[in-house]
Design a protein around this ligand. Structure first.
Ligand SMILES: [Zn+2]
Length: 250
């Protein structure tokens, strides 16, 4: 079963990348069919097999022989790995659904935010609805409402940080997408663990920020991918982290 999830992950990873690419460029999802970015050559079915096509074609387009990005097979492998891990950890349980949704958002955000500095609203909204649905189903209405309130508090908190930051630095300090993402952290994990996602996300951003400061480059560093990575980490380790938080607070 783990292998089936791995293979599904490869296929979904390939699909999510195409989806994120097309949405960020405001292209239709269905037409035109998948094609080479350089020469426009329409890809045949055997050129669309995740990872394997890349290996068989030697990482080059069949028509124009331009080198294809290694990022594509890597992201496919990442999605496969996350899907397999989701099944391995949670089996066929409600938590599996949440984990698959978070893994999907992770992959889409990697492509959209690293490549285009955009966090797409529609995938985020879909994931919020799925997560909220599963919580209502497994934990009931009262718990569901607490999760919802946590999400709203986190959203307002980050919005405040953004407003103060924008004024202080006189430029966009925090993307609107990052503020919207915070809602999902509270919704999925409740308040304390939600805040922990922000802390871990910031730590993960640190090496990249230091790298650019070192290189003296003025670039906008995408925060979204690191935040969603933090979310997946905290979600997987939530029991252990809750214990640690309890020891620290008591
Ligand atoms: Zn080509």
């Amino acid at each position: 079963m783990v292998w089936i999830f791995f293979i599904y992950g490869l296929l979904f990873g390939s699909f999510y990348m195409a989806l994120a690419d097309r949405w960020c460029q405001n292209k239709s999802i269905i037409k035109p069919r998948s094609h080479c970015d350089y020469c426009g050559h329409t890809l045949a079915f055997y050129e669309l097999i995740p990872v394997l096509s890349y290996i068989f074609l030697g990482g080059k387009c069949k028509e124009c022989k331009k080198r294809l990005s290694i990022v594509y097979p890597l992201v496919e492998l990442l999605t496969g790995g996350l899907f397999a891990m989701a099944y391995y950890l949670y089996g066929l349980s409600p938590k599996l659904i949440i984990m698959l949704a978070l893994a999907s958002l992770l992959v889409i955000t990697y492509v959209s935010d690293f490549k285009y500095l955009v966090i797409l609203d529609v995938p985020l909204l879909i994931v919020c609805v799925i997560v909220f649905g599963v919580i209502l189903w497994t934990e009931g209405l009262v718990s569901g409402l607490w999760h919802l309130i946590s999400g709203i508090i986190m959203f307002l908190m980050m919005l405040l940080v953004k407003i103060v930051g924008d004024k202080k630095f006189k430029r966009e300090s925090l993307g609107g997408g990052d503020v919207k993402l915070s809602f999902l952290f509270g919704l999925t994990l409740n308040f304390y663990l939600g805040v922990l996602v922000l802390v871990i996300g910031s730590f993960l951003t640190y090496p990249m920020a230091v790298y650019y400061i070192f290189k003296k480059k003025e670039v906008e560093i995408p925060f979204g991918p690191f935040l969603v990575t933090g979310l997946v980490i905290v979600f997987v380790l939530q029991n252990q982290l809750t214990e640690i938080l309890r020891l620290l607070i008591l």
